[in-house]
Design a protein around this ligand. Structure first.
Ligand SMILES: *Cc1c(COP(=O)(O)O)cnc(C)c1O
Length: 487
């Protein structure tokens, strides 16, 4: 019988063809990065458009990569929302910086998997080193040990698993069903990933207590203390408190030092979610916003948000890594190595066994920009946010809904003729008009029950002119709701 497969089984793309295509791909990427600012930020596609433009079944015979690349250019790219666009202000704006992209290319070429020290000695040790470099930049004490995860959602899940391990020393053997019900506390402004972690860890919705916030949308430590006291009186087990430094809606900052005192008083694990805000601690004049975070048991900071590192890269710092290891370490026979005890085995620090070599890109980024380069760039983002905040404050038809301590401004259109749901709808329509222009992209949130818009500044290509133009687009979009243009 003859094989129906005509190509040489077991052979990859020939190296010389790889070289030529790699140059072509690099050229495409350079052109893209240079020209992304003139593409529409939000694509003009409807759900289903991209999929229906592509074959529903896989090819039987291999295709040429030239054809694949041409479909990439003609079908995939026009269906993308361009996070690299300088007027991308949605969610949290971020940058896949040049040095980060180059490192990602090398990471893909190496394809190493740092499960245990032996499976990637450099991967393991560079991750240890780079976590320590970032710790130094953030001004955290050496007692914080860092590991890299994919996302803040994973980092916080791992941190709260350690908190659970600490609170229930027998949970590994008995599971959660036998345990006294536990409580995790976070402010009503905390990220949904915290609630997701509490659900995953078996505390349930009833085990998640949202603590009210003050006028600055910061957690009230007094409300936290009374919630804990009530739960203790009911015989429940307070396990952990999560504070946020830079909330997702408005970049609000919880009073970490005061919350840490409460956590200490009741013996709770303190986790700090600084996924977005964390890098601001590198800037000397912003460091004071982080006062007290060194009292945490664990901290998450995402370099893939506001530190120019391509997705994904999230640092989990833990002051008691042995608890994290107690929660996660399981070593089957085939993963036992002679170095155990001497070299670190990263598989012991969380759910995944395998891991991408994410440290490489953070190393490239920190070396290319340097401490001063990072400080200058973060400062300029904060300054742009402050300028926008000042324009909003000066315009009668607009109001800010929260302080803007970092690079995120939350605000809304207001009108004497509209209120309640009608005003919320007007804000949604304004946002959609701006987004449909393709010239800027922003997203919304709800603060204290009211719809507001957010402009998040975090892309290295964003300049004064981009922010100014977006403010003009917003005001033009608001004229349909009875707004006027404020000079
Ligand atoms: C973005 C964000 C997260 C989630 O980040 P992922 O890395 O996407 O999981 C968590 N917390 C805060 C405060 C965030 O801003």
């Amino acid at each position: 019988m003859t094989s129906p497969i005509s190509t040489d089984l077991g052979s990859d793309l020939p190296v010389e063809e790889f070289r030529a295509l790699a140059h072509e791909v690099a050229d495409w990427a350079a052109d893209y990065l240079g020209g992304v600012g003139s593409l529409p930020v939000l694509p003009g596609v409807r759900p289903g458009d991209v999929r229906s433009a592509l074959p529903a079944t896989p090819p039987l015979q291999g295709e040429s990569l030239t054809e694949v690349l041409s479909d990439f250019r003609d079908v995939i790219v026009p269906g993308l929302t361009h996070w690299n666009h300088p007027s991308f202000f949605g969610y949290f704006a971020m940058t896949g910086s040049g040095p980060g992209i180059l490192a990602e290319m090398l990471t893909a070429a190496l394809n190493v998997n740092a499960m245990v020290w032996r499976s990637s000695p450099s991967g393991t040790e560079l991750e240890e080193l780079i976590a320590d470099w970032l710790r130094q930049l953030l001004g955290l004490p050496p007692s914080f040990d860092g590991v890299i995860n994919d996302t803040a959602s994973s980092s916080s899940l791992h941190a709260l698993a350690a908190a659970r391990e600490e609170a229930y020393p027998n949970v590994r053997n008995e599971g959660m069903f036998q345990q006294n019900p536990g409580r995790i506390y976070a402010s009503e402004e905390a990220h949904s990933s915290i609630e997701k972690a509490t659900l995953t860890l078996g505390f349930g919705r009833s085990g998640y207590q949202r603590i009210k916030t003050d006028g600055r949308l910061s957690m009230c430590p007094a409300a936290l203390r009374s919630a804990i006291q009530e739960d203790v009186a009911l015989g429940l087990k307070p396990v952990a408190v999560v504070t946020t430094l830079g909330t997702t809606s408005t970049a609000a900052l919880d009073p970490v030092r005061e919350v840490a005192d409460v956590a200490q008083e009741f013996g709770l694990w303190l986790h700090v979610d600084a996924a977005y805000g964390g890098p601001a601690a590198i800037v000397p004049e912003l460091r004071e916003l982080f006062d007290g975070w060194e009292m945490a048991d664990s901290i998450v900071v995402n370099p893939h948000k506001w530190l120019f590192t391509p997705v994904d890269c999230s640092l989990l710092y833990c002051r008691r890594p042995e608890v994290l290891i107690r929660a996660f370490s399981i070593v089957p026979e085939y993963l036992k190595t002679p170095e155990t005890g001497a070299g670190r085995n990263l598989m012991d620090y969380g759910v995944p066994l395998g891991r991408r070599f994410r440290a490489l890109k953070l190393w490239f980024v920190l070396r290319y920009f340097g401490r001063q380069g990072i400080v200058d760039r973060l400062r300029s983002h904060v300054a742009l946010a402050q300028e926008l905040a000042a324009w909003i404050d000066a315009a009668p038809a607009w109001e800010r809904v929260a302080p803007a301590p970092l690079s995120l401004v939350a605000f809304r259109f207001v009108s004497k003729r509209l209120d309640g749901a009608a005003l919320d709808d007007a804000n949604h329509r304004i946002m959609e008009r701006v987004n449909e222009s393709g010239e800027a992209f922003l997203t919304h949130t709800v603060v204290r029950g009211r719809t507001c818009l957010r402009v998040s500044i975090g892309n290295l290509k964003t300049t004064h002119a981009h922010v100014r133009h977006t403010w003009k687009l917003l005001q033009e979009a608001a004229t349909y709701e009875g707004g006027s243009i404020h000079p």
